[in-house]
Design a protein around this ligand. Structure first.
Ligand code: NOJ
Ligand code: CA
Length: 528
């Protein structure tokens, strides 16, 4: 199988289209606005973009509830606007991934409107229905009594998101069809059609929502892996340079399933939170951070992350990548309970690790998590991470000319903006740009580059690792730490300039990430 060569050097940026830039002044972001801001992303060094769902939808879950997979939501523009966006991105050397939601649709999708009819039709089995309306087997999230069809239907996430039917790997009841049933095959063929439609229109692949969940009663993911491997074969044959990125957060399973990359996230495992999570969502209003490695209080433990990450990394190496994000539209922003210096260390770490980096929009300036906002379009606690991008000091921080915006713009007098940070030397934006440039300056920093742990101790700081001839020391705690480390080091990058090396001693200053070039690297060393 083939791994597109652009991935090792890719630096991704996630755009939440509602909140990025409103070009026509109606208060909500759009494709024309995203296209207009591509040069700003180029200035940061971004060469790949993931766009959150942008298809026709009643927006009960921010667009993860689709009514037409092949039509851009009118509030964002037209299909032509999306195609223009792909073309303009390509002209700047950027790739674009769309968000594919294969597991469920909106309950207002025409397929579902047919499926809930009592008369048998071509969509009767497009969704998962029990045998009759009084059929309530354990372990399924079922909706009942909402239509004249005699049965209950399964939902995947919110009640408005009925599960599409890809079949059951293990079957206990008659209404559970096998994955190779013609009606389940038809669901998959329809989803392949959607993928071809957008790949032919010029997108470069998909971030796949809840990729692990398609075939039901599939504890070992046998059926789900078979399904995705079939899709991967289609990519190999028809779109060899396009990519599939899963929301799975279990890289061993996802890469075996045929994905090129898998997100390393805050669920399904402990590593992401052990590194970054200052506040679980039901804890955001507490002033104190939960213990994690990247916090100035120094209460974290990097080995909790490494013990989980390293086996995954070894297992998938050469076959696929893990993607490490600063955050996303489902998490509390990384700026929460942190200073700008702390954010610099995190962003640089994510950009220099042997994974594919993702910056969530606004994280390059440390946009804040907004506590206490009224939920919008199924956001709930996530709403606070989805507010309009802060471009300048103008009206609505430059996001929109409208009097009323999609969500309130951060009104804090010191709310960060792109304009301020681009002009302030030493800002987070500058550090991110410099770290992106460093990553792209040498394949050693890319996702394919060599990686070795040089120093990592339980409950201790710093964490030191090597990328080829480079040595990266990261000490997010506010205490300085000294450790023994051989080599002849020359500083090439630093977020705070507090880490030095002399006579075999690394002096890792507090809240700093420094990159050295080792002019006398020892042969061998420990291998991962
Ligand atoms: C994961 C998406 O990231 C999230 O925003 C969405 O609500 C669920 N999947 C359901 O599609
Ligand atoms: Ca608009």
């Amino acid at each position: 199988m083939h791994l597109p060569s652009w991935l090792s050097e890719a630096v991704f940026y996630e755009i939440y289209p509602q909140s990025f830039y409103d070009a026509n002044g109606d208060g909500i972001g759009d494709f024309a606005g995203m296209t207009e801001k591509l040069d700003d992303l180029s200035a940061l060094g971004i060469n790949a973009i993931w766009v959150n769902p942008c298809f026709e939808s009643p927006f009960m879950d921010a667009g993860y509830d689709i009514t037409d997979y092949c039509r851009i939501a009118p509030r964002y523009g037209t299909n032509e606007d999306a195609i223009r966006f792909f073309n303009e991105a390509h002209r700047r050397g950027m790739r674009v991934l769309l968000d594919l939601v294969p597991g469920h649709t909106s309950d207002r999708h025409p397929w579902f409107l047919e499926s809930k009819k009592p008369e048998k039709n071509a969509y009767t089995n497009r969704y998962i229905w029990t045998g009759n309306a009084f059929d309530y087997p354990e372990g399924f999230r079922l909706m009942s009594g909402l239509s004249d069809r005699d049965g209950n239907y399964m939902v995947n996430f919110f009640s408005s998101q009925p599960a599409l039917n890809y079949g059951f790997e293990n079957r206990q009841y008659d209404w559970q069809l096998p994955p190779d049933h013609p009606d389940c095959r038809a669901t998959l063929e329809e989803m392949k059609h959607v993928m071809r439609f957008w790949l032919d229109a010029g997108c470069d692949g998909f971030r796949v929502d809840m990729a692990y969940s398609l075939v039901k009663n599939d504890p070992l993911f046998t059926g789900t892996k078979r399904l995705w491997n079939e899709v991967r074969e289609m990519f190999e044959r028809e779109y060899p340079d396009a990519v599939l990125l899963s929301e799975w957060s279990c890289a061993e399973q996802a890469i075996d399933a045929g994905f090129h990359m898998d997100f390393y996230l805050h669920f399904n495992s402990v590593g992401y939170n052990a590194l970054f999570q200052t506040a679980p969502f039901d804890y955001v209003d507490k002033a104190e951070a939960a213990p994690c490695f990247f916090h100035r209080d120094g209460k974290g433990d990097v080995t909790r992350f490494l013990n989980e990450f390293l086996p995954k990394y070894r297992y998938i190496r050469g076959r696929g990548y893990m993607c490490l994000p600063t955050g996303n539209h489902d998490m509390v922003r990384y700026s929460h309970l942190r200073s700008e210096e702390e954010l610099k260390a995190i962003a640089a770490f994510i950009l220099l690790f042997p994974t594919v980096p993702f910056l969530y929009y606004g994280d390059e300036i440390g946009m804040r998590y907004q506590i206490g906002l009224t939920s919008k379009e199924g956001g709930y606690y996530r709403t606070g991470s989805r507010t309009p991008m802060q471009w300048s000091d103008g009206k609505n921080k430059g996001f929109s000319a409208a009097d009323q915006t999609y969500l309130p713009v951060d009104s804090a007098p010191d709310a960060p903006t792109i304009a301020q940070q681009r002009t302030r030397a030493g800002s987070l934006w500058h550090t991110v740009r410099d770290a992106v440039a460093l990553r792209k300056s040498d394949p050693a920093f890319g996702a394919d580059g060599d990686f070795r742990v040089a120093y990592a101790k339980e409950g201790a700081y710093p964490f030191v690792f090597r990328r080829g001839r480079y040595v990266i020391s990261v000490n997010p705690s506010e205490r300085s730490e000294r450790i023994a480390l051989d080599g002849r080091f020359k500083t090439v990058f630093s977020t705070a300039g507090r880490t030095t090396h002399a006579n075999g001693v690394l002096d890792a200053g507090g809240i700093d990430l420094t990159v050295f070039e080792d002019l006398a690297p020892a042969a061998g060393g420990d291998t991962n």
